[in-house]
Design a protein around this ligand. Structure first.
Ligand SMILES: [Zn+2]
Length: 428
């Protein structure tokens, strides 16, 4: 049986991945938990999401699915923060005999839930059409993520995925400052990077894998396989860990990006990979955000932004000039593309002018007056104009990304890029 759960978290101390970790332990009385659980991040631009827009799926081999289902629903009722307005849990149960029939339909649903904006009704329609066992609490919005997470568990071979080791706090510590030895996170990074990422941000000297919120997560280590995230977690020194879980996840895969062939097709609340030409020099506005217009082949334009939280990435963006050709990845809201990654394909040549030197004495010649050309006063030599010469641009062609402290969950870090023909500048 596959169990999908979503939207049990609140801003005050619950998190769907934690409920998953609890169930991993408790469900052993009903059978055997097979394979690692799945943590699925959905469309990052959805405004009504709780915190991270994460849903989970577990796989349980059991002879008594009815009992397991009743138990899971009772635990959701106990542990989810039902009184929180934004918490609308959903649970979906798929029996083994239904796997084949639902594989494709739920794989498509998963993709839609990540790249698109889905109404609850669409999830409810699939549930009723296929007679899927499910339970939506309150407005049932969690059914969307629960169904999508089942789609991932049914189709791991269809998708790219990474891993996250999540360590959870003791309950009595919730809401108190997390006691962690920061240096141990830098040590874990040194030992396991680039197979792990986003543990720390070296440029900005930050530990980035610790949430600031009230929730039960103490820290999360992201990486390429279960062994390496477990190794990194073992290096970390902190307050005692109540429990942990290693999730398979679509984090760090770029699964949210749609290829856009032109700007006219771009819609708010979607994420794209878009190629175009910088049509004016980037402008730094109030608050430190850097914005420039990008133009496509049809002449259509869209504002693209490196917002203040992207820190040092803005320095690269500021060096762009009108005429540069780039491929941008990012989410669109309020008509602005929020840049996550940028490939600079072509840099326009930049020219400067200078006064030529006098061929006789070697000193720079000076203007002889409006429209009079240049001259060396001493040697009485004249020349009609300044010399134009190409200046090396202060940025290179290649792939750039926002620093770890600004990374979206779904954005694929450049260290995961396997491209030999392009220069890659990973941020760490
Ligand atoms: Zn001279």
């Amino acid at each position: 049986m596959i169990i999908g759960i979503d939207d049990t978290d609140s801003n005050e101390g619950m998190c769907t991945t934690y409920l998953g970790a609890v169930l991993l332990e408790e469900l052993q009385i009903y059978g055997i938990v097979e394979t690692l659980p799945f943590l699925v991040r959905l469309n990052p631009t959805i405004p009504y999401k709780t915190r991270g827009n994460a849903a989970i799926a577990l796989k349980l081999k059991t002879n008594c699915p009815e009992k397991a289902i009743a138990y899971i629903l009772s635990r959701i009722e106990e542990l989810a923060h039902m009184d929180c307005e934004k918490t609308n849990p959903g649970a979906v149960f798929i029996l083994e005999k239904e796997y084949e029939n639902l594989k494709l339909v739920l794989n498509n649903f998963l993709t839609d839930a990540i790249v698109d904006v889905i109404e609850i009704q669409k999830a409810k329609n699939i549930i009723s059409k296929y007679g899927i066992h499910s339970k939506g609490f309150k407005n049932g919005r969690g059914l969307i993520g629960a169904l999508a997470a089942c789609g991932a568990m049914l189709n791991p071979e269809e998708m790219d995925y990474t891993f996250e080791y999540l360590a959870y706090r003791r309950k009595e510590k919730y809401g108190t400052p997390r006691k962690v030895y920061k240096e141990s996170f830098f040590e874990a990074d040194r030992e396991t990077y680039p197979k792990t990422w986003d543990t720390v941000d070296l440029t900005n000297k930050l530990v980035v894998c610790i949430p600031h919120s009230f929730d039960p997560v103490l820290f999360g280590i992201r990486g390429e396989n279960p062994e390496i995230v477990t190794k990194a977690a073992g290096i970390i020194r902190s307050e005692s860990v109540k429990r942990f879980a290693v999730y398979r996840t679509n984090q760090g895969t770029d699964m949210h990006l749609l290829p856009a062939t032109n700007i006219a097709e771009i819609r708010n609340m979607h994420s794209y990979k878009l190629e175009g030409t910088v049509s004016a020099a980037p402008n730094t506005i109030h608050g430190g955000h850097v914005i420039f217009p990008l133009r496509d082949g049809s002449g259509e334009e869209i504002d693209c932004a490196a917002f203040e939280p992207t820190k040092n990435f803005r320095a690269i963006v500021r060096r762009l000039m009108s005429g540069d050709r780039v491929i941008l990845s990012g989410s669109v809201s309020s008509g602005t593309l929020n840049i996550e990654k940028m490939e600079i394909k072509y840099l326009v040549p930049f020219y400067a002018e200078e006064n030529p030197k006098c061929p006789n004495c070697g000193k720079h010649m000076k203007s002889a007056g409006q429209g009079q050309g240049l001259r060396c006063k001493k040697c009485r030599i004249r020349t009609p104009s300044k010399i134009r010469y190409e200046v090396k641009r202060d940025v290179e062609v290649g792939l750039y990304e926002v620093p770890p402290c600004a990374r979206r969950h779904l954005a694929k870090p450049l260290i995961r890029e396997k491209r030999s023909e392009t220069r890659v500048y990973p941020s760490r």
